[in-house]
Every structure is written in C-alpha cells, then in structure tokens.
Ligand binder design. Structure first.
Ligand code: CAO
Length: 445
C-alpha cells in the first residue's frame, strides 16, 4: 500500500524550511526512522526521518526547494523489497559523472544537485577525494550524513579521512569529534593553541543588517561557496607561516623581452608566472619536503614523485586553480604555451574537473594587478604556495653603490607542521637565486 509521507511539525513557530539534501531516490528501500531529507530552517538544520519503512515510489521534493509543514515529501510502498537505500555518494559514484560535472560547471545558475558535486565542481581538493592509499582497507564510498559532513566542515576536518564506526561504516558525529581531537582541532573549530580562527564563516550568526539601511541578498555561486569552504578549512587546520623575499628580475625581464617573439610564435606568452612555474618545479625537486602531503592519521608524509603545479587564475566565476602537469620535464616554451591555454580555458569555462586536480604546489600571481606583498592560503592538501606581487624598480645597494634594479616581491606560505622556518627561508631564497641566475637550474635543478 502506497503511503504519503508529509513533512511533520519541525518545532515551535517553524512552518517551513529549505531542502538542502535529498538522501534517497525512487526504488530505494528505507527503514523506519531512517533520515530521508535534510532541511534548513532559519533556526537550525535538521535531518528528517521517515516514520515508516518501505520502498520509495516517488520523491516529491528537490534540493533547494522551499517546503512547508504538511507538504508531501515521499510516496512510500510500505514493506517493499528493492535494493537498500544507498548513501548519496554511493549513488553518485555509479553515475557517469564527467559529462555531468562538465555541464554543471558551465553557468553558475546550474546548481549542482549534491554536496559531492560541489566538491567536484570547484575542484582541486584532493583532501576530499582521497587517494586510495589514504582510505581504510576495504572502505567503500564514504557514508556520512549531510549533518555529519557539516559538523566536520565546521570543525575544520576532512570527513573523507575519518573511519566510520557507525552502522555499515557510517561516520558518526562522535567519530568526527574524536578525529578532530586527534588532529588537535577543537570542536569550536579553533586550534587549541595560537590565534583563534573561524572554521567556517557560515557558523557565526549575523545581525539584521536591514536595521541600518537597505540591503540586497544574492545567492553565492557554486565556485564562491566551494572556495569559502576550502579556504576556511585550510585556514583553520593548517598552521601557516609566510616568508617574504625579493628576487632581482632585472636580467630576467630583459630575457623575457628578447625571447617573447619566439615563444609567441609557438603559441604562448613568456610571462613571469611561466618562469616561476619552471623554477618552482626545480625547487620542489631540490627540496622534496615541499612536494608532500601530510597524512596525519597514519603519521606519514606522502612524497610525490611527480611535479604538477597549480596556477591561480582570476575568472568571472571566481578563483580557479587549473594544474600544469609534469612541469619539471617541460621546457619554458612548452610551459608558456600550456599556461596560456590553461588560463584561457579557465576563463572561458572550459576547464575540466581533471585539469583542476592533482596539484603539488600552487602559484598565485597578483602582480598584474598590483600590491607589494600578500599572505596566500595553502591549497590543501598541498603544503606550500607561492604568492607573487608586482615588480618594482628600486635602488639596491651593491658594492658601495645604489643601482636601479627591478625587484619582484615573493611570499611563500608553508605548512609549519611539515616545514621548518629555516627550510622555508632556504626554499624561497633558492627560488630568488634561480630567478636571478638561471644557470643555477643547470647546476642544481
Ligand atoms: N609584476 C609586474 N607585472 C606583472 C606581474 C608581476 N608580478 N605579473 C604579471 N604582470 C604583467 C604581465 O607582464 C602582463 O603585462 P603585459 O600585458 O604588459 O605583458 C600583465 O601583467 C598581465 O599578465 P598575464 O595575465 O598576461 O600573465 P601572467 O602569466 O603574469 O599571469 C595569471 C597569468 C593566470 C596568473 C593571471 O592572469 C591571473 O589570473 N592572476 C590572478 C591570480 C589570482 O587571482 N590570485 C589570487 C589567488 S589567492 O586569492
């Protein structure tokens, strides 16, 4: 017998909410009291369980939809016998996702359907798509409810790294808290030592701004939401140190002009970013601890034997970080051509998910816009990022005289759990010296 499951009373004075997650699909078999949707009201986010079990015949709600108490959520055939309901991510893993993600990555208004799609869409977050080696032996697709995922996000830990102790390996809130304690992140999202940092901006309640003047609310784009989550996570969990230095690029600027046409003929632009990508690749070889990921749970450092470099690209949709592959094996002309194409693809929304994954180190060049220095946030699970500011001609004192030299300000943020201050200073100094004297690349690169 088919029965309609309607949205029950949610609490005092709550008449409606927004569906933030639909956790079941037509054909799933569910058990009594199994959570089937998650909704967000202005007071709280709640998982709504079904009061009876059976096979789902119809799903009458969609993510993003506003729903009132009493509205039909599901039509359920009580009893029933089809396959058991799978976690959203398990269903997702069965879908031919590449085409779908590509399609969703196009206009911002095409909001993805699941939290997992947000992850895939905005990108280069290996921490959320862990390498098999980081998963528990025999672990299937991750089972964690949206509220557990949110808890993990707010605390600032990666839910994919947590071994679930619940039914069928489900990650429970207790698992998240225990993992956070092991990682030294307290449940308020604040590292126990050092300055307090908010884990997720969404966690703090806002005043009613309309009291002080006119306001307008706009939905965050997918890229913006994902960027906010990723940066909050990195900022809350990684102890950052930023080391500043300056490279004398007077000679490099002359060389860039001299060889610009040659690279242009090959289809690229010989930019300072391309040169820095080449130099950074050599630096990663010389200082391999900068090409690692920290696997805290297993108390290991993962040394990558490849060298892929992410380039922060400013686009209409927000910040994207497509990845240049095997930079250490390519010459500067190839890198320039690929970088030109990669930036163009990012700006014209053609970057695929694959092109935004697997980076080892990131370069963020804001020098085309201006600025003297900045403190970039590490693109986790990488352990360092190079920020580039605008070059400037300044007097430099050499051998008792001032000389006009073009100086490029560089900022290296690194994960202090993995990299000591002295190594951070050495790494950046080596980059400066290699930029000033490219022969060093032959000698040591
Ligand atoms: N100092 C002075 N001038 C610089 C410079 C620097 N550090 N970097 C670039 N420029 C100049 C270039 O020489 C070029 O000038 P011309 O047009 O006269 O040749 C101009 O700025 C534009 O550079 P470009 O964009 O063509 O090339 P690029 O390789 O230097 O930069 C890219 C490529 C993709 C890094 C850049 O376009 C970009 O998107 N930067 C923003 C990155 C970003 O948003 N970072 C923030 C992330 S963290 O929040």
């Amino acid at each position: 017998m088919a029965t309609e499951f309607t949205l029950p009373e949610l609490g005092e004075n709550i008449e409606s909410g927004k569906v933030t997650s639909v956790m079941v699909a037509v054909g799933d078999t569910i058990e009594k009291d199994q959570p089937v949707i998650e909704i967000e009201t202005d007071k709280a986010a709640l998982e709504v369980p079904s009061p009876f079990g059976g096979t789902i015949k119809e799903v009458r709600v969609k993510e993003g939809q506003d729903i009132r108490v009493g509205a039909v959520v599901l039509v359920i055939e009580e009893g029933g016998g089809a396959a058991k309901a799978k976690p959203a991510q398990a269903r997702k893993a069965e879908e031919p996702s590449a085409a779908k993600v590509q399609q969703a990555a196009e206009p911002v208004q095409e909001e993805p359907e699941t939290a997992e799609e947000f992850d895939e869409l905005a990108g280069p977050d290996e921490s959320e798509t862990p390498a098999p080696a980081l998963r528990q032996a025999g672990a299937g697709p991750l089972a964690a409810s949206p509220s557990v995922r949110r808890l993990a996000r707010e605390i600032g830990v990666d839910v994919n790294q947590i071994a679930g102790s619940g039914k069928g390996g489900r990650v429970t809130p207790e698992d998240v808290k225990a993992y956070a304690r092991r990682m030294n992140v307290d449940a308020g999202g604040v590292a126990p030592s050092g300055p307090a940092k908010p884990a997720a901006a969404a966690a703090s309640p806002l005043p009613d701004f309309a009291r002080w003047g006119e306001i307008e609310r706009r939905e965050m784009s997918t890229v913006r939401r994902r960027t906010a989550e990723r940066l909050a996570h990195a900022w809350a969990t990684i102890p950052h140190v930023t080391q500043f230095d300056k490279a004398d690029v007077t000679g490099l600027e002359e060389l860039r002009k001299r060889y610009a046409k040659q690279v242009e003929a090959a289809g690229g632009k010989l930019t300072v970013t391309a040169v820095l990508a080449k130099v950074a690749a050599a630096a990663l070889r010389k200082f391999p601890q900068f090409n690692t990921a920290l696997d805290f749970e297993h108390e290991q450092l993962v040394y990558k034997q490849y060298c892929h470099i992410g380039i922060a690209v400013d686009t209409d949709r927000g910040l994207l970080v497509p990845v240049l592959r095997d930079v250490d094996t390519k010459n500067l002309t190839q890198i320039s051509v690929e970088l030109t194409q990669l930036a163009e693809r990012a700006r014209t929304k053609k970057t695929t998910l694959e092109e935004m994954q697997g980076g080892c180190f990131t370069i963020s060049n804001l020098g085309g816009i201006g600025g003297t220095a900045f403190t970039p946030i590490i693109n986790a699970p990488e352990v360092a990022i190079l920020g580039v500011s605008r070059n400037v001609v300044e007097p430099v004192y050499v051998n008792g005289e001032f000389h006009a030299r073009t100086m490029l300000p560089l900022s290296l943020s690194y994960d202090h759990r993995v990299i000591d201050g002295a190594d951070g200073a050495r790494f950046l100094r080596w980059i400066c010296e290699a930029v000033e004297n490219p022969f060093l690349l032959f000698l040591e690169g």
